[in-house]
Design a protein around this ligand. Structure first.
Ligand SMILES: C[S@@+](CC[C@H](N)C(=O)[O-])C[C@H]1O[C@@H](n2cnc3c(N)ncnc32)[C@H](O)[C@@H]1O
Length: 299
């Protein structure tokens, strides 16, 4: 049995991608059989057990026997869940610095499914409680909160360009991604139909082009190390853009946000997943969108 936890907003997406569903509790979906690839899970519970107990102290003891640190996923019976959690070692908030070290202690996850039954998984796929990645945010410099998506990708997944690399940032206004890319030492060709915030446009190594991204030909930009896109557009338009750049041979690393308007476009999402070397994940900082990265050169 494996458990897949998501923000309940994305439960329909999670359930659509999983096979062999056994039960659902809030945003937690339990499946039979081996681990499945999941785009929409925020936290995967790798060894969940269903545990019956009589008292709060018995529940606490059962959890302590199985692991040191625990995060509680509380959907119902919040007070009882909290009383059990209070029996356990207090978890310090794991607030990350951009590119800072990851937590070094694993953390389990558990939930109460009725008064006398809990589900506990001492192993999960994330070092963050319930997969919630929190940062010491920069409230001063970035002009939008979109920068947190790149902070998460660079810090938690280790997918990031090197200083001195040349990158393009499509759909860059007001400039959160351009700011992050500039901060890590890249030369940024920043493209949007709308202007960048002046303090971002004025940064060194930022070259802004005010134009429609879909009219830009790869030859107009030349060889780049990374293609970034946070453009608001239909997923199939983004796929075309990525494929145009892939076939130009002028870029081998891609990071894009696939944004859904209204219904989730599972068909195009699948096409992105089928691209060689692609990885698609709903990041903690993604809204109704997912992040795809494609790396075809060695890091
Ligand atoms: C979500 S915002 C990007 C936020 C940005 N990544 C940041 O960190 O501040 C999406 C952007 O896509 C731009 N956009 C939409 N269609 C575009 C197009 N055809 N060409 C260029 N930019 C486009 C919009 O102008 C908007 O600024």
């Amino acid at each position: 049995m494996i458990g897949y936890l998501t923000n309940e907003q994305f439960l329909p997406e999670l359930k659509a991608e999983l096979k062999n569903i056994r039960a659902t509790y809030g945003g937690l979906v339990l499946t039979d059989g081996p681990l499945q690839t999941s785009v929409w899970a925020q936290n995967i519970w790798l060894n969940p057990e269903i545990i019956s107990f009589e008292s709060v102290s018995q529940a606490g003891k059962a959890l302590k026997e199985r692991g040191k640190l625990w995060a509680v996923y509380s959907t119902d019976q919040h007070r009882r869940a909290q009383l059990i959690q209070d029996q356990l070692l207090k978890v310090k908030p794991r607030v990350m610095n951009f590119l800072g070290p990851l937590p070094d202690m694993p953390i389990g996850a558990w939930t109460l499914i009725d008064k006398n039954t809990l589900i506990a998984s001492s192993e999960t796929n994330s070092l963050f409680p319930l997969g919630e990645v929190r940062f010491n945010e920069d409230k001063k410099n970035p002009p939008s909160r979109a920068y947190l998506k790149l902070w998460e990708l660079f810090t938690v997944y280790g997918i990031k360009p090197k200083p001195g690399e040349r990158v393009v940032d499509f759909g860059s206004c007001p400039g959160g991604w351009t700011w992050v890319l500039q901060q890590v030492g890249c030369h940024v060709v920043s493209i949007d139909r709308a202007p960048l915030e002046p303090h971002i446009a004025a940064l060194p190594r930022v070259e802004f082009k005010k134009t429609n991204a879909f009219n830009v030909k790869p030859e107009d930009i030349g060889a780049i190390d990374w293609f970034f896109s946070d453009i608001i557009c239909y997923p199939e338009k983004l796929l075309e853009l990525v494929q145009t750049w892939q076939s130009s041979g002028l870029c081998r690393n891609f990071v894009c946000t696939i944004k859904f308007q209204g219904k989730t476009d599972f068909e195009t999402l699948r096409k992105f997943q089928d691209l060689p070397n692609s990885h698609v994940q709903h990041l903690y900082h993604n809204k109704h969108e997912v992040t795809v990265w494609i790396r075809t050169s060695s890091p």
